[in-house]
Design a protein around this ligand. Structure first.
Ligand code: 6R9
Length: 647
């Protein structure tokens, strides 16, 4: 197969912050002299106390410890707001675009300062102190941004739970980080429908331990239940509250936020990010990856419930004094031209979305794109999962009209910001490749069996990172041992990403997907173990095994094998019941695409489920089942094939 290569367009290169030579030079310095490189990079922030110690990190298995700028002091909200006031008070910081077209708001830096300050004072009045954890369960409304920045201002640690998660999932996350305060709204809006957020929090509060106060933002205005002594309306609490809020002095290594993400085993992990290194990294990657220039209108379509929303709607762009667009809705409401209409309406220059959205919109037809004026677009970005070349080409040709470089950014909740990405004016792109490392990032490809680094340029194996970068997570909240075990134990001395990859002859990286039991459904990470434990929590289910299979739009679909309790009847109604059950336990994003009743699962004699076989059956690939001789009962495989769900 011949590979296409796209050189950065001349018009982009001539104005770009970083060109090919500068990339080489800066990259070399970033890995040869990390202290010098990152010490200079830290100057992009305003510090209350400048750091003198830059890097103090160890990936050594017995002593994993990551500290950046450890004697520096700063406040994130000051860096995202206050320091821009002298020059940008009247510049728009956030453009909010509502679910319903025609509903929008422009929030300047001066307004942001007042609203965040007021929010910070409300939280302080509620007794929230530096170091306290605050759970945020809000839709994509400006208050989500205010709440995050207000926590940062007063030194509280936010834990945002995506508003699409169920009460059960929310309760688990509240309990794990022991937050006593939850911020929510009466209801959310998405695609013309309402989401009962406050009711979900009420439900979660029955299971979660320790909730003392629920702060409720009035959003749709529909009636909800309020419980005296516990529930507080935001607009009542904010009445008459001062619009100046003294920012807390934070150490660079004080926690900024926790964000839960799925792994291959156990409950979701609380990924912990800290203050200084995270902000330097989010800001720098935002500026260079999107070639952000003063005055540009930048739009990332993610939700603030995911890391992409944290780093690339709020923290990175605002630290850079950018104008960042925040969208409440979905790509196909009122119809499949919504994204493009919003680009036209707000004259968006940088547009950043996920392959699953691109594939869905590609399927809707070119006319939805072509009727909009997209001439303001300069850079297109993608994130969340590998992008197939067909979708890449459509994005490039139909959306970008061949003149907008595509930045395919590979990174993770754990990494805080982009690790592999083209830079628009520096890197030639290849459809489907996340190309080259960002500054300071040293990717390596390891042989999965031996754990040895493959030094040849062309290589295939697991993707690890050799040394720390400032945006790296510092720990799993409350469980440092789990941090070490998950990321530093399989391959000693390296950070293990959980992804497989190929490096081609030109040194370009191609992510091949997870090598562990983590699914990527529409760019959302989901542990198979989480879905399995939701299924077995149902009283008719005795055992369950969940695998992914290729799905045209979602990237991966969810295929569940379910063994019922003795005497339970296998029927269609029960499949519907189980699907709804999983939606209720985790949330709609975990909704199974297929459920197959399996009286027996393929197991080894030691009782391990052989997922390899289940994956092949789900993929309709029966010719390549591999060695089944170690199965305790090879007969179950024929039964699985015979009763597979048609896709
Ligand atoms: C930012 C984010 C991380 C996992 C990651 C990988 C997949 C993300 C990708 C990509 C190929 C890209 N992933 N970006 N795969 N190309 N450009 O998505 O964080 O939700 O933690 O997911 O997503 O498998 O390991 P997160």
């Amino acid at each position: 197969m011949s590979e296409s290569i796209y050189q950065p367009p001349k018009e982009i290169v001539s104005h770009a912050l970083i060109d090919a030579d500068k990339y080489q030079e800066m990259y070399a310095r970033s890995v040869n002299d990390p202290e010098g490189f990152w010490g200079d990079a830290a100057k992009r922030l305003d510090w209350m106390k400048e750091p003198t110690k830059i890097k103090n990190t160890s990936f050594e298995h017995s002593n994993v410890s990551i500290k950046w700028f450890e004697d520096g002091e700063l406040n994130v909200s000051v860096n995202c707001i206050d320091r821009h006031l002298p020059d940008r008070a009247d510049q728009v910081a956030l453009i909010w675009e509502g679910d319903e077209p025609g509903n929008d708001e422009h929030i300047t830096y001066a307004q942001l300062h007042r609203r965040v300050s007021r929010f910070g004072n409300v939280l302080r009045n509620m007794g929230v102190k530096k170091g306290d954890r605050v759970t945020i369960y809000l839709p994509m409304i400006p208050e989500a941004a205010y709440a995050m920045l207000a926590c940062a201002r007063i030194g509280a640690v936010h834990s945002i739970v995506f508003a699409g998660f169920s009460p059960e999932a929310l309760a688990g996350r509240i309990t794990d980080c022991k937050s006593t305060v939850v911020i929510t709204a009466d209801e959310g809006r998405r695609g013309g429908k309402t989401v009962p957020l406050k009711a979900n929090v009420d439900e979660a509060a029955k299971h979660a331990l320790g909730i003392e106060k629920i702060l409720v933002v009035e959003n749709t205005g529909n009636e909800i239940a309020m419980k005296g002594g516990r529930d507080i309306w935001w607009h009542e609490a904010a009445t008459g509250v001062d619009e100046f809020c003294k920012p807390e002095r934070m150490n660079a290594e004080d926690p900024l936020f926790i964000l839960y993400t799925s792994g291959s085993t156990g409950t979701p992990k609380g990924v912990l990010h800290t203050t200084g290194g995270y902000l330097v990294y989010a800001a720098m990657t935002h500026e260079y990856t999107f070639d952000y220039h003063d005055g540009d209108i930048y739009w990332c379509t993610a939700d603030v419930g995911w890391v992409t929303g944290h780093s690339y709607i709020i923290y990175g762009p605002l630290a850079n004094g950018a104008t960042s667009l925040m969208f409440e809705g979905v790509p196909n409401y009122p119809d499949a031209s919504r994204f493009w209409q919003v680009c036209e309406k707000h004259k968006v220059n940088q547009f950043y979305t996920a392959p699953t959205a691109i594939r869905a919109l590609m399927g809707a037809g070119n006319e939805y794109v072509e009727k909009c004026d997209l001439s303001s677009l300069r850079i297109l970005g993608t994130v969340g999962e590998p992008i197939n070349p067909e979708a890449w080409n459509w994005y490039n040709d139909v959306v970008g009209k061949g003149k907008c470089p595509i930045v395919d950014t590979w990174w993770q909740t754990e990494t805080g910001g982009h690790l592999l990405t083209p830079l628009p004016g520096a890197t030639a792109t290849k459809p489907g490749s996340a190309t080259k490392p960002f500054f300071g990032v040293q990717p390596v490809v390891l042989d999965p069996q031996s754990g040895e680094e493959i030094h040849e340029t062309a290589a295939e194996g697991v993707l690890c990172i050799k040394d720390s970068w400032p945006g790296q997570m510092r720990s799993v909240y409350g469980d440092h041992e789990r941090f070490v075990k998950t990321y530093f134990s399989d391959y000693k001395g390296y950070y293990f990403s959980g992804d497989g990859c190929r490096r081609d002859e030109d040194g370009y990286y191609w992510i091949t997907g997870r090598v562990d039991d983590v699914l990527n459904v529409s760019g959302h990470r989901m542990g198979t173990a989480e879905i399995e434990s939701a299924l077995v929590a149902h009283n008719k289910v005795s055992e369950a095994a969940v695998v992914g299979y290729p799905h045209d739009v979602k990237g991966q679909g969810i295929y569940c094998y379910v063994t019922l309790m003795a005497g339970e009847e296998e029927n269609q109604d029960l499949k519907v019941e189980l699907r709804n059950w999983v939606r209720k336990e985790i949330g709609p994003i975990a909704s199974p695409d297929h459920i197959q009743f399996a009286p027996g699962l393929p197991k080894t004699r030691s009782g391990k489920i052989m997922r390899r076989i289940l994956r092949k059956v789900a993929e309709n690939d029966f010719g390549a089942l591999g060695d089944t001789s170690t199965l305790a009962d090879p007969g179950v495989v024929d039964d699985l094939i015979e009763h597979r769900e048609n896709r």
